[in-house]
Design a protein around this ligand. Structure first.
Ligand SMILES: *Cc1c(COP(=O)(O)O)cnc(C)c1O
Length: 202
């Protein structure tokens, strides 16, 4: 279960999470993929770590690649029952996590760094809302996203993405679905919105 979902940014509400888990046999492992957990701004969203504490067949996985910006260091973590985590450890590649990655991860959790990261996340969430509202003003249908991106459902996403690229902005097109636009700096987001406004007029 990918929540927030990539590429749409939708989240599973807590009530739906309980219903889903109840419908899955207890001997089936449910992996709650929360790569974008830090960007969630919905109090009703399910929290995988809490679910993992309540259900022995749920494991929550999170990453330092997104909100913490450490994708190149390959660091993440899983939260689940001790027996489950132990089983994962037994089959894990030895030394899969480097000392440098651990040092960087721990540094992220220092209060001063954590506060900086929290501010960065808040800025991205605010920009995400600004981009969403601007796109709606341009006439696009945009659902709420809880990732560090917005999702635009479109009829011809690959063509739209190619036109964006021609105008100097790279977005990711998903065939027959839409485009995902990563939230960047305020200036870069404005550059995207300028392109979106041009394409909206066609
Ligand atoms: C980025 C991402 C991950 C984790 O990526 P790593 O860099 O391998 O930690 C997991 N799931 C989704 C949906 C992602 O977007």
């Amino acid at each position: 279960m990918c929540t927030p979902n990539n590429p749409t940014g939708s989240v599973v509400p807590a009530s739906a999470a309980d219903a889903f888990i109840a419908a899955v046999p207890a001997d089936v492992l449910i992996v709650w993929d929360e790569a974008y957990a830090e960007f969630v701004a919905d109090p009703d969203a399910a929290d995988g770590v809490r679910l993992a504490a309540r259900y022995p067949n749920v494991v929550a996985v999170r990453t330092f690649s997104k909100a913490f910006g450490l994708a190149g260091l390959r660091l993440g973590y899983a939260v689940g029952e001790a027996a489950l985590i132990d089983a994962v450890r037994r089959v894990q590649t030895p030394f899969a996590v480097s000392d440098a990655a651990v040092a960087a991860g721990l540094a992220c959790l220092e209060p001063e760094t954590a506060a900086t990261i929290e501010r960065n996340v808040a800025t991205i969430v605010a920009e995400r809302r600004r981009v969403r509202d601007a796109l709606r003003d341009l006439g696009f249908t945009v659902d709420e996203s809880h990732g560090n991106f917005v999702w635009l459902p479109l009829d011809d996403p690959l063509d739209w993405a190619a036109q964006c690229a021609d105008l100097g902005v790279l977005v990711r097109g998903y065939p027959d679905a839409g485009v995902r636009v990563t939230i960047a700096t305020s200036l870069e987001n404005d550059q995207f919105l300028t392109v979106a406004a041009k394409l909206a007029r066609h």
